[in-house]
Design a protein around this ligand. Structure first.
Ligand code: ADP
Ligand code: MG
Length: 695
């Protein structure tokens, strides 16, 4: 399979376009332009109306105006480096053209006194006089037709001009072939979208500001093309992943029943729903690829354990992998009582297991005596063999990207996969990022939680915060103290954390304050965590390593220093560490004044809401998709045209449409399927082509 020849001209060398030479070819990659195709998808963001008017008198200034004028007197610069002025008169009034730093006889040639010219440019009032500084265009009346009535404004990079961009874009447009339609005809009709070629033309030749808005039909269509290609790729990946597991893992519920009887609470409706969705998926003979998304404290652990029991009931094994030692240990501690109540053999394997102990665990795993394994990445090391692995659960998705997901497959682990994430992300992003997975959402929290009291406190009130802490510690409560992210450097974070640790230890007392950070030796880290969990230390100074998952119910105070430097989602995660026990919890967000408007709004949202999904939506709205999720590691693609904030609804349409198309035509061989293949090539989704089902 190779690229269809109709697309060749669009993938030719960039220098084959008129007006693009070796110099521009070097500069254009800064705009993401490497081939003629890229010009098609680099759209103007504004338009200049150059329609000829009778007079500047008819226009509200300042404005860009095009008028025919009679050239009057030239007034030389009064001092060196000063402006040269040329009086001109249009049909209604007189004004001035102003030029700085002119060389030679440019003016005399361009604007001979007594002749008529068409001038186009921005007219402003300066000292009560209307003037056009450096007109964008000066033409003879007979050349009027050379001036496009509407001039698109493209993004630029240093050394490349608007003229060049427009010319090259026009050249690329001329190469855009007529292609068969890949969009569902019903959708196209319902939205009133133009065909592909027509959409490109309209998007590159806007006639009003509205034509450049994400709501313009042509823009929407092109954005949809991009999303559709992306969702097709994800759907193909999903189908390839799900293909051929061959064995259904249907539990008989006997172990789950024991756990339910031992639970001190009733699962929430959301937990029940997720448990059932997972069971159905595991019970089918396709491979499961599912995301379990739930805010902090929504009870993902129970859902995960029920899934593991499914695997065990079906006669197999399950594994749960956490990103860090601390979290793996905590999962183990949390799961152990549940496993005991079900009579299931559970153990933990980490990078620190060595020698005979490790060998014994591996042996039990290989024989099937060990039924559920919890651990870090160590659980997937080469020498770890399972007797019959049916389910792999991966906790905390945002440190475990698409690449790692692929790796699992590459290791020949053909088990069902469940990924858990505690980072609520907006639906459009979730679809873009995890569109290859099915999703179960825990959108409900167990009842009886007291909301966390959240306060903003200026750093000037540090002493008050410490006094509050001292009081709380005296009452037997525990607190986290999160140190600022000073820079993107762990070393700097570390120094800040160590300093804070020393000062707090000095004020609160020896032995009461613990410290944990990413640079510590694993054993020290565990010891520090264990001290805090056991209540030996009362205050835990930490960098953001405690951000995910850590659960200490007795901790009811969270102090965050320089809260304004953290992202909304991160603050929400941190705050989620408290409010897990019976006591009323407090989150003190300290900030260094003055607070920027944006930072103030962010912190305000946190004060108003504890709903992770709402917070995520607000974060997206305020920061835009690019910032919200670190694109590099998150697997979130960069879209050229699609705007995940303002065209979010399109992503869901694209996903269901992509899945529907593949359901009816998995090999993409029908007429629409063929067209969709061309779209994939056009969008550079070459890797997706390889995933198309053969035969
Ligand atoms: P997370 O989704 O953050 O991983 P956990 O699974 O750690 O949440 O659950 C948080 C706490 O809520 C735990 O102490 C757990 O025992 C408790 N919990 C879970 N489900 C329920 C429920 N349905 N009712 C009451 N408490 C629950
Ligand atoms: Mg958890």
């Amino acid at each position: 399979m190779s690229r269809p020849s109709v697309l060749f001209p669009l993938f030719a060398d960039i220098e084959t376009l008129e007006g693009i030479g070796p110099k521009a070819a070097k500069l254009l990659p800064a705009l993401g332009i490497e081939r003629p195709r890229d010009f098609l998808f680099t759209l103007p963001y504004a338009v200049i109306d150059r329609r000829l008017r009778a007079s500047i008198r008819d226009v509200a200034l300042p404005a860009t105006v095009t008028v025919e004028v009679e050239v009057g007197a030239h007034v030389p610069a009064r001092r060196k480096g000063g402006p040269v002025r040329v009086f001109v008169r249009d049909a209604g009034t007189e004004f001035q053209l102003v030029f700085f730093h002119l060389k030679g006889d440019y003016l005399a040639k361009q604007l001979p006194t007594g002749q008529r010219r068409i001038v186009s440019g921005k007219v402003e009032i300066f000292d009560g006089l209307a003037q056009m500084v450096h007109p964008d265009h000066i033409l003879r009346p007979e050349e009027a037709r050379d001036l496009a009535e509407f001039e698109p404004v493209y993004p630029l990079t240093a050394g490349v001009t608007q003229k060049q961009m427009a010319r090259a874009a026009a050249g690329a447009l001329a190469r855009a072939p007529a292609l068969a339609e890949w969009i569902d005809p019903a959708l196209l009709a319902r939205e009133g979208w133009p065909g592909w070629q027509a959409a490109l033309e309209a998007a590159h030749q806007p006639k009003a500001a509205a034509d450049c808005a994400p709501e313009a039909p042509a823009r929407q269509r092109l954005a949809y093309d991009e999303m559709f290609a992306h969702q097709l790729t994800l759907s193909l990946a999903r189908t390839a992943f799900r293909r051929g597991k061959g064995r259904a893992s249907a539990g008989d519920g006997r172990l789950q029943k024991r756990v339910r009887e031992a639970l001190p609470y009733k699962p929430t409706a959301a937990q029940e729903r997720a448990i059932a969705e997972i069971a159905a998926d595991m019970g089918a003979d396709k491979r499961m690829s599912r995301l379990l998304q739930g805010d902090v404290g929504s009870g993902k652990t129970l859902v995960a354990f029920m899934a593991l029991l499914n695997a065990v009931e079906a006669g197999g094994q399950g594994v749960m992998m956490a990103p860090t030692e601390i979290l793996a240990r905590q999962h183990f501690d949390g799961l152990k009582p549940l496993a005991d109540s079900a009579g299931v053999a559970l153990d933990i394997l980490s990078g620190r297991d060595r020698g005979t102990e490790r060998a014994a665990k591996l042996k039990a795993l290989a024989s099937g005596d060990l039924q559920v394994l919890v651990g870090t990445h160590a659980v997937f090391q080469k020498d770890v063999d399972f007797h019959d692995l049916r389910l792999a659960i991966i906790d905390e998705q945002h440190r475990f990207g698409v690449e790692q997901r692929k790796e699992l497959g590459a290791k020949g682990i053909a088990a069902d996969v469940l990924v858990m994430t505690a980072t609520p992300i907006p639906r459009s992003l979730a679809l873009a990022q995890y569109g290859d997975m099915d999703v179960s959402i825990l959108d409900e929290k167990p009842p009886g939680r007291t909301p966390v009291k959240t306060a903003l406190i200026s750093s000037g009130r540090y002493e008050e915060v410490v006094a509050h802490l001292r009081q709380a510690v005296a009452e037997g409560r525990q607190a986290y103290w999160v140190c600022p992210l000073v820079e993107e450097s762990e070393l700097v974070d570390l120094i800040a954390a160590e300093d804070r640790f020393k000062t707090l230890r000095a004020t609160l007392g020896e032995g009461l304050v613990g410290l944990v950070h990413g640079q510590m030796a694993p054993a020290d880290k565990d010891a520090a965590m264990a001290d805090f969990v056991a209540g030996r230390t009362k205050v835990l100074v930490a960098t953001t390593v405690i951000e995910v998952g850590v659960n200490v119910p007795n901790a009811s105070i969270m102090v965050i220093e320089r809260a304004e430097t953290f992202g909304l989602a991160q603050l929400h995660q941190l705050r989620g560490r408290v409010g897990r026990g019976a006591a009323e919890s407090t989150c003190l967000m300290m900030y260094q004044p003055p607070l920027s408007e944006a930072a103030e709004r962010r912190l305000q949202i946190l004060r108003e809401s504890e709903d992770g999904f709402r917070i995520a939506e607000e974060d997206l709205a305020m920061r835009g998709a690019g910032d919200l999720v670190g694109t590099a590691q998150s697997g979130l693609p960069r879209f050229r045209i699609a705007d995940l904030d303002r065209q979010a609804w399109l992503m869901a349409v694209a996903q269901s449409d992509a899945r529907a198309l593949l359901a009816t035509d998995p090999g993409l061989t029908g007429p629409r399927g063929q067209a969709a293949r061309v779209l994939l090539w056009l969008m550079g989704k070459d890797e997706a082509i390889r995933l198309i089902a053969v035969g």
